[in-house]
Design a protein around this ligand. Structure first.
Ligand code: MN
Length: 474
């Protein structure tokens, strides 16, 4: 189902405007009151994950409602930033190239209520998602940290385990938050952070950009929205947070302290293991008068597509530098929007698909399989990709295998991240006779107007047809 695109319309700037948009288009389900925060809320969300967003009033009796499935289809991501789906990656790249820095304001709705006494599970409706998760997790929080040396902010999403009334266990992969934390920890200091929950989808999408260190992702969000994101200073530290967010948790990542975190259901559809990880101490919670809490089911569609789209944009940019005939690409859902890449090209030379495959492996260590197809193959449809492999690929000629490369540590078949790579050239040979690979097609199929061709009441039409066929007298 395509969504109405918003181009030309003033794009919404907070979570509520996006939910209103979804509700107006029949894409927001409302659950009955009192759905359990343990398992049940995630179960209902999963059942609806490719269909509708869902809002849970009074979850587990809690006064704050929870919403899930902000993205139930890839074209919703495009809709959220006001473009058609075929412009999504281009728009994202343009925003990453020309960010709009944040604008600091004196006050914002996110600080209407301030709690300096913190009890996370009492004050916030935090769900437990996958069956074997260690407990409740904040999964859709933008973790904002400041570079202790430059003051530049970083925005990223980390899984946040509730470890105590004011304690959060957090997984920091080797990217920017960890780099900032190491700077602070080296001099024995905590890293000031904020966890922001309930924002416009553009902010969530921007948080997943593959930006460089000291590039504020909030500037990318501003560019996606076409105006700077308004930010306010936290009440207990110097982090700046979106003024129109629903909820902010203010705190510090503690130096020299690690505690058990996990297991937690992750994007490869397996559990990330329990281990000693960094710890956040919470100093305050601020929120709107009547806030809405956003959660993402670990490994669910929203999780996959959110990480996938910004990666696709980066990969497209990388490949086009050397291969301007790359038309489009997809990280497929079956490949958990991380591992399997389909690349559509306007083929100009035999052999080139293999160069493109090697370049894709070099672009991101997560890429494990690449299929290159011609421009007549719809890469949004995995049946089409399989068809191309079925009819345009021979393993002894078109298969590329590389062993012992770096892969994803979360892929359980790797040897601590050491992984094989597989590339498939499923393109038509340049010299092939035209009719050999000509897709069959029925002339006029696309132009058929079913309304004008078919009778309205098929049941009555069939009865009358049968009556006319029946012999009158035996
Ligand atoms: Mn960053």
């Amino acid at each position: 189902m395509r969504t109405e695109n918003l181009s030309g319309v003033d794009a919404p700037k907070d979570l509520r405007s996006w939910l209103t948009h979804l509700a107006e288009h029949g894409k927001l389900a409302i659950a009955r009151e009192g759905i359990d925060l343990t398992d049940e809320l995630a179960a209902v969300s999963k059942r609806l994950e490719r269909d509708r967003a869902v809002l849970f009033p009074k979850p587990g009796g809690h006064g704050i409602p929870v919403v899930a499935n902000l993205f139930a289809a890839r074209d919703w991501v495009a809709d959220a930033i006001g473009v058609k789906e075929d412009q999504l990656l281009i728009r994202f790249l343009a925003a990453a190239r020309e960010p709009l820095p944040v604008r600091e304001v004196a006050s914002g709705p996110v600080q209407e209520v301030v709690h300096k006494e913190v009890d996370l599970l009492r004050q916030l409706p935090i769900p437990k998602h996958n069956e074997r998760d260690s407990g409740p997790y904040i999964t859709a929080g933008l973790l904002i940290a400041r570079n202790p040396r430059t003051g530049v902010q970083n925005v990223s999403i980390h899984r946040c385990q509730i470890s105590g009334p004011n304690r959060i266990g957090v997984l920091l992969l080797p990217r920017h938050t960890l780099a900032y934390f190491r700077m602070a920890e080296q001099v024995g200091e905590a890293l000031e952070i904020a966890i922001v929950i309930g924002v416009h989808p553009a902010l969530i999408l921007a948080s997943q950009a593959i930006a460089a260190l000291d590039e504020d992702e909030m500037g990318i969000a501003g560019a996606l929205l076409g105006r700077p994101v308004d930010v306010v200073k936290c009440k207990t530290n110097s982090v700046r947070v979106p003024a129109h967010a629903e909820i902010v948790i203010e705190g510090r990542i503690l130096p020299g302290i690690r505690a058990p975190e996990g297991p937690f259901g992750e994007f490869p559809q397996y559990y990330g293991p329990r281990a000693n990880r960094e710890v956040i101490e919470v100093d305050a919670i601020t929120h709107r008068e009547r806030p809405i809490f956003h959660t993402i089911v670990g490994g669910g569609y929203e999780h996959l597509v959110l990480g996938g789209v910004p990666r696709e944009a980066t990969l497209l940019q990388h490949l086009r530098r050397s291969f301007p005939n790359v038309l489009d690409l997809r990280l497929t859902r079956g490949g958990v929007c991380r591992y399997h890449l389909a690349v559509q090209i306007d083929k100009t030379s035999d052999g080139e698909p293999k160069n493109i495959i090697m370049s894709a492996f070099g672009a991101h260590y997560d890429i494990k399989q690449v299929v290159v197809v011609d421009r007549d193959v719809n890469i949004s449809d995995t049946d089409e990709i399989e068809w191309a492999v079925a009819t345009r690929f021979q393993a002894d000629r078109d298969l590329l295998v590389i062993s012992g490369a770096l892969g994803s540590k979360l892929d359980p078949t790797t040897n601590d991240g050491i992984s094989a790579k597989m590339g498939l050239d499923a393109t038509v040979p340049i010299a092939a006779p035209e009719l050999d690979f000509k897709r069959i097609h029925v002339k006029g199929e696309e132009q058929v107007d079913l309304e004008s061709v078919l009778q309205k009441d098929s049941s009555a039409a069939f009865a009358s047809l049968v009556a006319r066929l029946r012999p009158e007298n035996g």
